[in-house]
Design a protein around this ligand. Sequence first.
Ligand code: PLP
Length: 366
Amino acid sequence: MDFSRVQSLVETHGTPTLFLSENRLCESYRRLKTALPGVALYYAVKSNAAIEFVSILKKEGAHFDVCSNGEIDIIRQAGISPDICLNTHPIHRDSDIRYAIDFGIKLFVIDNENEIPKFLPYLDKAEILIRLSIQNPNCLVNLSHKFGVAPELAFDLMRKTADAGLLVKGICFHCGSQNQNALKYLEALEYCRDICRKAALRHIPIDIIDIGGGFPIDYLTPVQPIEEFCAPINDYLDRYFSRYRIIAEPGRVLSGPAMTLATRVIGKSLRSGVWWYYLDEGVYGSFSGKIYDHADYPMFLSRPGQRYDSVLAGPTCDSIDVPYEHVALPQLDIGDLLVFESMGAYTSASASTFNGFTKAKIIVVE
Ligand SMILES: *Cc1c(COP(=O)(O)O)cnc(C)c1O
């Protein structure tokens, strides 16, 4: 969003504020839809659960990936039908399963055999995807550290699940968030082919392949355009999975670019020769993504001039609340506006009200 546009918006809305561009969100959805033709897109609500995101994506025709009762409540509040939702959390409490099934969700994920008995009371109501672990150590966020069955053990889990009387519908994986290596999807799909072959031999009629999320966006450095990134994945799906229903669970690629943060300098102090600027937003707020998501956001300011080694600190009294250290900045004044782009994914989603500072408000624009 244009800096001057943000400047005029904050005159009305103040700071700290996250501006959600409806156009941008719709554009990202449509681009991904075109880049992955025939793939059902389940928005990963985890990346930004604000009802504004969910409502805009509902209008666009998105489906939804939810992981908790709280996320189900948001979906329900937005008037979304359970038919277009799936639950991708691989570890369930009985109360979570019941809550999701009472809402009407059918499709669940498991990654180990201790989950099987939990679904036995819902034999006719639940359908199961088996989650693979796909290691991607080079990725910004490795989502297979905690979840997923080793691919070579996946068919055994699938067989046990089917033998217990559950309806196994397919396979899912997540090759890491902000994954810049499209070949990781092919590696995962290669494992899926092998598992599908074994399933066919055992007459387990699976028909869903869920390729997860992970699609990358521009932060400080541009990534491959999404059309190019998805091209080899499409080719592979066309060639080997044309008879399957393909699902993806995009989070960041939809929510990330849609939000812009406006924050102001509320104090400044020269400490040991270094300028410290205190902002009205910090790592307990929207900059929580700096810690949990390891993300770095493009920064814009209007003041020209020589730059000095500086620090940008958040508003709370905790010393960890320092979003930027050793950043070269011109001399700022109290009241100066700083704008950060690509602030939609894993930012306000993991923000808290620690120390009594309220979360940045979200304003939908356009
Ligand atoms: C977090 C998550 C996603 C979304 O991942 P992105 O990298 O934001 O696209 C999708 N599926 C599952 C199971 C997740 O945990």
